[in-house]
Design a protein around this ligand. Structure first.
Ligand SMILES: [Zn+2]
Length: 89
């Protein structure tokens, strides 16, 4: 059984037999995969059958501190890096 929701494939424009990308193309923005409890997964773990979590959503991670994959613990860097404090006007 495919653990990855069909909606995820639709959202990233891939077919279920294709690999899950870690980045968007074009643009090369970071993709983060979400399980039902909204824990975050890297692309590798999202398609890895060791994780019993069902992947229900995917989104571009635009900016902020790196996320930690709930399965392998790897850092998922945001597309634009950590949010910097805005300079005083
Ligand atoms: Zn991972």
């Amino acid at each position: 059984m495919n653990r990855v929701n069909a909606k995820v494939y639709r959202k990233i424009g891939r077919n279920p037999w294709e690999r899950l990308p870690a980045f968007t193309w074009p643009g090369c923005y970071t993709l983060v995969y979400y399980a039902k409890d909204y824990s975050e997964f890297c692309a590798k773990c999202a398609e890895n059958s060791d994780t019993n979590e069902r992947i229900i959503d995917v989104d571009v991670y635009w900016e902020g501190d790196p996320l930690e994959c709930a399965h392998c613990g790897c850092k998922i860097e945001s597309s634009y890096g950590p949010v910097e404090e805005e300079a005083a006007q």
